[in-house]
Structures are given as structure tokens and as C-alpha cells.
Design a protein around this ligand. Structure first.
Ligand code: ZN
Ligand code: ZN
Length: 155
């Protein structure tokens, strides 16, 4: 979604957003997803330009498979993003992102929110997926799912 931040920039308004991103290409496992948050104007830095801080979160429900027992399950994950957005032309002044971390550079009066939230979400995905912390997994020998049944192999 394109967020118009001209009002935030020129008049110090807040711009709230909430939408459902299309993750079908980047993250086909996502069953549903929502991005919400707001853009707020920070204090102006030299030259009178306002830096804008973008705070928000992407929550997605993913269809995944347990690495240990191969059981499919749904996992909800939220990744919060807080970043400073600055125009390309302002980068020469090297605004200080402070504690908020990253700087997202854009051109024009609109920010493509997908470009901020989706990469941050994907970067934060766990490589290891377990249906639960203490998943018993599959028996190495007979292949039974030890979460649901027991076997005599190790006796
Ligand atoms: Zn499992
Ligand atoms: Zn067994």
C-alpha cells in the first residue's frame, strides 16, 4: 500500500494505516496478514525538514510444517518495525536514526509500505519451526508421531 505522507511532512499530522498486504509472491505460506501502524513527524532537523518515523507491525498467520514431526500447523507471527524515513536528497545531511535503528529512503510523497514491512518480516522468520517447544518428533525407527502415540522401539 502506498501511504501518502505529504501531510505528515508539511503539517506534522499523523497518518495511520491498516491494510492487508499481498504476500502471495514473497511468502506463499501466509494465509492472512495485516499491516498496521502510523507515520509520525519527528522534530525537524537542520534545513527545517521533518524526519518521519514509521511505527507499525506486520502480523501474519503462516501455514507451516513442524521440523521435527512434520505435522502441519498454523503459526501466527508479528514483526514490529520502527524506522525513520528520509528522502534520498536528505541523506546527504545524514540524519541520525537514533535508537529507532534503520532508515528507509524514499522519493516523493508516498511510501510503499510493503517495501518496509515485508522484507523486515521475512528477515525475522525463524529458520526452525516447531509445532510446540517440546515436540517429541517422529520415532527414528518406525516413524510414529510420538506426540500422539507411543512405540516400543526404544524399550
Ligand atoms: Zn512437532
Ligand atoms: Zn518407534
Amino acid at each position: 500500500m502506498l501511504l501518502d505522507i505529504s501531510g505528515v511532512r508539511s503539517r506534522g499530522e499523523r497518518a495511520a494505516f491498516s491494510y492487508e498486504p499481498d504476500l502471495s509472491e514473497t511468502l506463499p505460506a501466509a494465509l492472512r496478514a495485516r499491516v498496521s501502524g502510523e507515520a509520525v513527524a519527528g522534530s525537524s532537523h537542520k534545513g527545517g525538514c521533518r524526519l518521519i518515523t514509521l511505527n507499525g507491525a506486520l502480523t501474519a498467520c503462516l501455514a507451516v510444517q513442524c521440523d521435527r514431526c512434520a505435522e502441519p500447523f498454523e503459526s501466527e507471527k508479528t514483526v514490529e518495525v520502527s524506522c525513520v524515513v528520509a528522502r534520498t536528497t536528505e541523506m546527504s545531511g545524514a540524519p541520525d536514526a537514533g535508537d529507532s535503528g534503520s532508515i528507509f529512503v524514499w522519493d516523493g510523497d508516498q511510501i510503499e509500505l510493503d517495501d518496509v514491512f515485508i522484507p523486515a518480516f521475512i528477515l525475522d522468520l525463524d529458520m526452525k519451526t516447531l509445532c510446540r517447544e517440546d515436540c517429541a518428533g517422529l520415532c527414528q525407527r518406525c516413524g510414529k508421531n510420538l506426540n500422539h502415540e507411543t512405540c516400543d522401539c526404544n524399550k
